[in-house]
Ligand binder design. Structure first.
Ligand code: SF4
Length: 631
């Protein structure tokens, strides 16, 4: 058994309240690494084709990565994988924080939930043992109260809790799994899947020490990193601002979504920018397990209307844009309050904000009226309305019951799926980056197996300047040509494929992209050395990249089995409009036809079937995935 792993997966049969331990061998781990790789392996093997995501036969996998729990910076992540209630496709999301390392210390690399419990439960995991416990009394508590109640019941404040909140228990289709109250498996409804199984939380406490092949090398590398990461501009900016500097940067570039992507810049983005944030909201910088970068924001606000409970953390860029600029709201305190509400109920801020924006535009266009909204007047720029609607969504109260479905289902209900005001890919709304400035991100939105996510690959602007740290640190991956951010060309597609594959490697390793090149500080080859120092393997970048591609291929097989095709790998209509603001305003960056040609070329480069997007047989054989034909 390689070091760094526990070698054990917990199979939890919720219908029969049975817990079994499955042993995994080295070949399994070298093929699938961890996180998403392990998740998709179980998804393909255990989930029958064509089921409703809320059927008991769906599974929810929580899987740590190879490096999760090591002393290295930013080595804390775990994946949640299942058939997504929001999209019906392969669902996936990675979270940082503390839960992943604790799960390993408690004795398990992964948990697979299947079936459905009759009553609300939580899973208690402690030093190699696991037990389902009654959560009937806890099911409707807010996230903080639930975490405190479990810690009280089990007698330790060191317990790490991953939970779905009221949103998940109420079936909000974009409910999160939240750990430590401020780290999220977000976007495509893994919390709703957890809630559908009547699992309110998983609580882990471990005293087992993880073994590493070369602990001295890891300790020294972690020490050196902590001393030097701020010498790198990426490390310094992340520490000082987290991601809160992005509203101003993206607004200046015309890449900040405003009013449901109708515009892409604010007149005064400093109102929601990093310096204002540090002045008005920031209480302290916070981090995840063993991470000195501390890009997380601690926010405390004593305010009659927007008072913030500091344990829920502060908004990061995606939230500032989704609940702020995209709703034309520039009151940072109100945005922080919206963030707190979403975190209290465990709800994705991007889809929540995008769904409210979609509804506002539908209201403006006369598609819905007060008779649909329960008398509410919907309009952009109304912070109080945003806060009210978030509460209504979590409780599925009145019009909130509609908004809990997300914008794609509402677009169907209101008959506007083909209108530019509907923005989703595979049923999931785009994250807060305009692809007319970052074409590779746009390609990622379209082809990503789990919807329009910005974490599919590193972003284009990092690879434009041949002198930049990111460009040069991507050379070991095979990126040699700087390509303009707005270019759509074979070179751009090639770079996007390489970066996509590498980000899947980081995901499967359990590493946060903010610690590692090319997005951040630690060089690629040193990262590979660290994998060897954790596991005792003699692995290579080649072997890891193959595993990254394998994990994407499994997700594609799953999606093609569910009926997804190249027709689902497309961008929303509005994103083909001429660029609304910033440099090149008024210019059409790419036509729909040109973009679709790029998607076709992406398929050709990856050996995907031109219609279904399923990897061709030769590709599956190359990746050692012949078994997928039998599932
Ligand atoms: S860089 Fe930020 S999000 Fe990533 S592990 Fe460190 S503190 Fe957490």
């Amino acid at each position: 058994m390689p070091k760094g792993y526990t070698g054990k997966t917990l199979q939890v049969d919720l219908t029969n309240h049975k817990v079994e331990i499955e042993d995994n061998d080295e070949t399994f781990y070298r093929n699938y690494l961890g996180g998403r790789g392990v998740g998709y392996h179980h998804l393909l093997k255990q989930v029958p084709a064509g089921i409703d995501p809320f059927a008991p036969e769906n599974i929810l996998v929580l899987a740590t990565g190879v490096m999760t729990g090591s002393p290295l910076a930013a080595s804390c992540r775990f994946a949640a994988v299942g058939k997504s209630p929001l999209t019906g496709a392969a669902g996936e999301s990675e979270a940082a924080g503390f839960f992943g390392p604790e799960l390993k210390k408690a004795g398990f690399d992964a948990i697979v939930f299947n079936g459905k419990s009759e009553k609300p439960v939580y899973l208690w995991i402690n030093d190699g043992n696991a037990e389902l416990k009654d959560a009937t009394e806890l099911a409707t508590l807010g996230a903080r109260a639930l975490e405190d109640a479990i810690r009280d019941e089990m007698g330790s404040t060191k317990i790490r809790v991953a939970q779905t909140g009221l949103a998940g228990m109420n079936g909000v289709l974009y409910a999160n799994i939240t750990n430590n109250l401020s780290n999220f498996n977000g976007r495509n409804g893994m919390g709703a899947l957890m809630g559908s199984k009547n699992v309110r939380a998983v609580a882990a406490l471990g005293s087992q020490k993880l073994e590493f092949a070369d602990p001295d090398y890891l300790r020294q590398t972690a020490k050196d990193f902590a001393k030097t990461f701020r010498n790198n501009p990426a490390g310094e900016a992340l520490h000082v601002y987290g991601t809160t500097a992005f509203p101003e940067i993206l607004s200046a570039a015309g890449a900040l979504p405003v009013e449901n992507f109708r515009r892409s810049a604010l007149e005064d983005a400093t109102l929601i920018g990093g310096d204002t944030y540090n002045e008005v909201l920031l209480d302290k910088r916070k981090g995840c397990h063993a991470c000195p970068i501390q890009c997380k924001r601690g926010v405390a606000l004593d305010h009659p209307k927007y008072g913030i409970d500091s344990r829920y953390g502060g908004p990061e860029y995606e939230t500032i844009a989704a609940l702020g600029s995209n709703l034309n709201i520039t009151n940072l305190k109100a945005i922080a309050k919206g963030n707190e509400i979403c975190n209290r109920y465990c709800m994705d801020t991007v889809t929540a904000g995008m769904t409210i924006a979609f509804a506002c535009e539908c209201y403006e266009a006369g598609i819905v009226s007060k008779s649909d909204t329960g008398g509410l007047e919907l309009k952009f720029g109304d912070a109080d309305l945003m806060l009210k609607l978030l509460e209504m969504i979590a409780h599925r109260d009145g019009f909130g019951d509609d908004l809990a479905l997300g914008s794609a289902r509402l677009a169907e209900k209101w008959g506007v799926t083909d209108k530019p005001l509907h923005l989703s890919v595979k049923g999931m709304e785009p994250a807060m980056h305009d692809p007319r400035v970052k074409v590779g991100v746009g390609l990622g939105y379209a082809v990503c197996t789990y919807g329009a996510d910005h974490m599919n690959a590193a972003h284009d602007p990092a690879f434009v300047d041949p002198q930049s740290f990111s460009f040069n640190s991507a050379k070991p991956l095979g990126i040699y040509e700087p390509v303009p951010s707005t270019e759509i060309s074979p070179a751009k597609i090639r770079n996007t494929i390489i970066l996509e594959r590498f980000w899947k490697v980081l995901d499967a390793l359990g590493l946060c992209v903010f610690g590692y090149a090319p997005r951040s500080v630690m060089p690629v080859n040193q990262m590979v050395q660290c994998v060897n120092a954790v596991t005792g393997w003699d692995t290579s970048l080649l072997e890891l990249m193959n595993a990254g591609e394998r994990s994407v291929a499994m997700a594609r097989v799953f999606n093609s089995r569910e009926g997804f095709t190249i027709k689902d790998d497309k961008l929303p209509k509005r994103l083909f409009d001429p660029k609304p603001d910033g440099p090149n305003a008024g210019e059409q960056i790419f036509t729909e036809d040109k973009f679709n040609q790029a998607v076709k070329l992406y398929y050709e480069m990856l050996g995907l079937d031109p219609d279904s997007g399923r990897p061709l047989r030769g590709k599956l054989l190359e990746l050692g995935l012949e078994w997928v034909d039998e599932v």
